[in-house]
Design a protein around this ligand. Structure first.
Ligand code: NPG
Length: 383
């Protein structure tokens, strides 16, 4: 059922983090969020939908950054979508394919249209994607600390909160020792994994193999985004499964990485791959090829967090995702039904659309700018 985009608005929010989050590429103290609000008319009824763009303020995780995402949405993506007439969420990726790159910006507008479309139909995202679980195990991602003692205290807090697995950020100089100490703290049975965010190079393969003794679930993205060969070499040398994040920007790159033996486990982030529909296709590839997948996180608000929980309810998500409680990052979420962790699990939203309920008052408080887009009229070509 096609709909017409009758309004699109870009919103910028400033959200302080409850505690700074340090990775090998920098420290985040607050989150500058870009939201996309659409109004879609289907069968004469107008429905609102929201999407969240996961691009960071600076291009340090990937090439995208929030100002560029706003610009490409306003000047290139939305005009193309509107120009070509009525659409469904499933048409978005194809219509936007002529614009190279910018997966996070593309994902945000597809997400908003999907939200509106599903709300109109009264269907939840999990059901739409083929999700089967009604709750999913929740993992937490723990940043780099100045001291190992501070790290251990933080990890103990997350263990007490009931998280199902721990992910540690690592970088050269912050790897073997913190991992050893955390493994001692949490015992041999709790899931533990590490994420390097591209901080190492191929010459570190022998060093990284020393992580094998800690029984890790996986090592995530040790080498540069482009370095599939290096990851394949590590996968052969090390007994720790190699997981890719930054390298996998589409179904095609994921399929190539599998073929090359560069990836044992796939981190799926819908923003990184251009949207939830491409994310499902990567999930399907994982199921077909026997590659476990899990859902990554990008410090999302309740909008993206709800959608991620829906995605992670698909059966191929056999490892806990980075879908932690919203309160791990934000004192107050912009939704009235924030994701919470109970017995190490997160409930999969069941409401229509992405399943979140906006806290409009709080959203207004944290909004720094609202930009309604002028929508170009459709081209009516007489044939
Ligand atoms: O739980 O949302 C979360 C954060 C998970 O560590 C996490 N994300 O590289 O996967 C990552 C990392 C990240 C954080 C990436 C911030 C980009 C920005």
């Amino acid at each position: 059922m096609s709909g017409r985009l009758v309004a699109v608005e870009l919103r910028r929010l400033a959200l302080p983090l409850v505690t700074p989050f340090r990775t090998s590429f920098g420290s985040e103290h607050d989150r500058e969020v870009l939201l996309v609000r659409v109004v879609l008319t289907v069968d004469g009824t107008e429905t609102e939908g929201w999407g969240e763009c996961v691009a960071l303020r600076e291009p340090v995780y990937s090439a995208e950054f929030v100002d560029a995402a706003e610009l490409v949405l306003a000047e290139h993506l939305v005009p193309r979508l509107v120009r070509d007439g009525p659409l469904t969420a499933a048409d978005v990726a194809g219509r936007l394919a002529p614009v190279k790159g910018h997966p996070m910006a593309k994902a945000a507008i597809e997400m908003a249209i999907l939200d509106a479309e599903l709300r109109h139909r009264g269907v939840g995202l999990a059901r739409h994607l083929g999700g089967t679980a009604d709750r999913i195990p929740s993992g937490v991602s723990v940043g780099i600390f100045d001291t190992t003692d501070a790290l251990l205290a933080a990890v103990q807090g997350y263990v007490d909160d009931g998280y199902a697995r721990i992910k540690l950020k690592i970088e050269p100089g912050w790897d073997l020792e913190p991992v050893r100490r955390v493994r001692e703290l949490i015992g041999p049975d709790m899931g533990l994994q590490v994420d390097a965010n591209t901080a190492y190079g191929r010459s570190d393969i022998d060093h990284l193999c020393r992580l094998d003794e800690f029984g890790l679930l996986l090592i995530e993205q040790p080498f540069a985004e482009e370095d599939l060969l290096g990851h394949a070499q590590l996968a052969r040398a090390s007994s720790t499964p190699v997981c890719l994040d930054e390298s996998l920007v589409s179904l095609a790159t994921a399929a190539d990485a599998v073929e090359l033996g560069a990836v044992d486990v796939i981190n799926i982030k819908p923003g990184r791959v251009g949207g939830y529909l491409e994310a499902r296709r990567i999930h399907d590839l994982g199921v077909e090829r026997g590659i476990p997948v899990w859902c990554g996180g990008m410090l999302e608000t309740g909008i993206g967090r709800a959608a991620n929980a829906a995605l992670a309810s698909l059966p191929g998500f056999t490892l806990p995702g980075d879908i932690s409680a919203a309160s791990r990052f934000y004192a107050r979420d912009i939704v009235t039904n924030p994701i919470e962790v109970v017995d190490g699990h997160v409930a999969v939203p069941t409401g229509a659309g992405l399943g979140f309920d906006l806290d409009r008052d709080h959203l207004a408080t944290v909004t720094t700018r609202t930009r309604p887009l002028d929508l170009p009229g459709e081209l009516h070509v007489d044939r």
